[in-house]
Design a protein around this ligand. Structure first.
Ligand code: RIB
Ligand code: CA
Length: 310
C-alpha cells in the first residue's frame, strides 16, 4: 500500500539512477515527484536523465526542474565519475515525457502541503533546491515529516580532505538545511563507502534476472572504471543507501549529533563538522547521523530490487 509520500531531489548520476530504481520498487512509497538539481552534471543533463529514468520505470511522479547551480558559487560537476551525460554515457531510451510546469522548490512545497505533513524529502544531490524551498516558503517546515540526505561525512570527503560532493558543491544550501529544524538524517560517506560493493558482490547482483540487465551492467561497468581510476577496487552507490534507509531503517545505525556545515574554510569548505564528542553542550542535536551500516542487509535490499524488475 502506497502510504508513504516521498519526493526524491536528485542529480542523476549513476548512483541516483539506482536510488530512483530502488525507490520505485518499494510498495509503500508514493513518489510524488522527482526534482532535479545541477550536481553530477549540469541541470539540462540531470533533468534529461530524470525524465528518461522515469520513463524507463514507467513512473507517474511529477518531474520538476530545479537549480542550475549552487547558491553564491560556481557549479562544479563530477563528469569524471558519472560521465559526460551523467549516466556513464549509457543511452537510455528517448522519452516524450514532459517536465512539470513548476520549479522544483514550488513542487516540493505543493506536495508537502497536499501530503499534510507526512512528506519525506530524500535529497541525494546538492541541497540547492531544498534550501530555495525553505527560503521561499517560511512555513515549509510544518509540512515536511523528515529530510533524509545522502551527503556529508563524519570522516574524510571525496572531493577534498573533508568535502563530500553534495555538501561541497553547495555548502550554503547545506547550512540552511542543517539549520532548518526539520528532522534530518545524514547518510554520509562514512557509511556509503563502508557499504561499497566488491566485485564478488557485484557478480552476485548481476546474476539476478532483471529486465534492465543491459543498462545495469553498463552503468556498473562505467562506475567500476571511474572508481578504479581514483584507486578503489569497489564501487559505492551512495544514494541507494539513503533510499534503503527510508525503506528499512535497520540498515543503518544512526545517532543524534550537532552538525555544522563549514561554509567559509579555505581548506575545509563543505565539511560537515559532526560533534561526535558532544562537546557543544548548548547546541541542539540537529541531525541523526548514520554511524554504521548493515552491508549484508543493503546487498539483500538491492537483490530484492532487481527481482522486482524481473
Ligand atoms: O558524494 C556522493 C554524492 O555525490 C552522490 O549523491 C553522488 O550522486 C553525487 O551526487
Ligand atoms: Ca546524487
Amino acid at each position: 500500500m502506497k502510504n508513504i509520500p516521498i519526493i526524491v531531489d536528485t542529480d542523476p548520476g549513476i548512483d541516483d539512477f539506482f536510488a530512483i530504481m530502488l525507490a520505485n520498487s518499494h510498495d509503500q512509497f508514493d513518489i510524488k515527484a522527482i526534482t532535479t538539481v545541477a550536481g553530477n552534471q549540469v541541470l539540462e543533463k540531470t533533468t534529461e536523465n530524470a525524465l528518461k529514468i522515469a520513463e524507463l520505470f514507467k513512473m507517474k511522479a511529477r518531474i520538476a526542474k530545479g537549480a542550475e547551480g549552487p547558491i553564491n558559487c560556481e557549479l562544479r560537476t563530477a563528469g569524471n565519475i558519472h560521465g559526460n551525460n551523467g549516466l556513464g554515457d549509457v543511452m537510455l531510451p528517448d522519452t516524450t515525457r514532459k517536465l512539470d510546469k513548476d520549479y522544483a522548490w514550488d513542487v516540493i512545497y505543493q506536495e508537502a502541503v497536499k501530503s499534510e505533513g507526512k512528506l519525506q524529502l530524500i535529497a541525494i544531490g546538492p541541497l540547492t533546491n531544498v534550501a530555495i524551498a525553505l527560503l521561499k516558503y517560511s512555513d515549509l517546515h510544518k509540512y515536511i515529516d523528515k529530510i533524509v540526505i545522502m551527503g556529508g561525512s563524519t570522516e574524510s570527503g571525496n572531493r577534498d580532505a573533508y568535502g563530500e560532493f553534495n555538501i561541497w558543491v553547495d555548502p550554503i544550501a547545506a547550512d540552511i538545511v542543517f539549520k532548518s529544524g526539520i528532522p534530518l538524517t545524514m547518510v554520509g560517506l562514512n557509511v556509503t563507502m563502508k557499504a561499497g560493493i566488491i566485485p564478488q558482490q557485484l557478480d552476485e547482483l548481476l546474476s539476478v534476472t532483471c529486465k534492465f540487465d543491459t543498462q545495469i551492467r553498463q552503468l556498473f561497468t562505467f562506475l567500476q572504471k571511474s572508481y578504479a581510476q581514483v584507486g578503489y577496487s569497489f564501487i559505492a552507490i551512495h544514494d541507494a543507501l539513503a533510499i534503503a534507509y527510508v525503506m528499512q531503517q535497520e540498515v543503518l545505525k544512526c545517532k543524534p549529533y550537532y552538525v555544522a556545515v563549514e561554509t567559509r574554510g579555505r581548506h575545509s569548505r563543505g565539511r560537515t563538522v559532526v560533534d561526535l564528542d558532544r562537546s557543544h553542550k548548548t547546541k541542539a542535536l540537529n541531525a541523526h547521523v548514520a554511524i554504521d551500516v548493515d552491508k549484508e542487509m543493503f546487498i539483500k535490499i538491492l537483490k530484492d530490487m532487481l527481482k522486482y524488475y524481473n
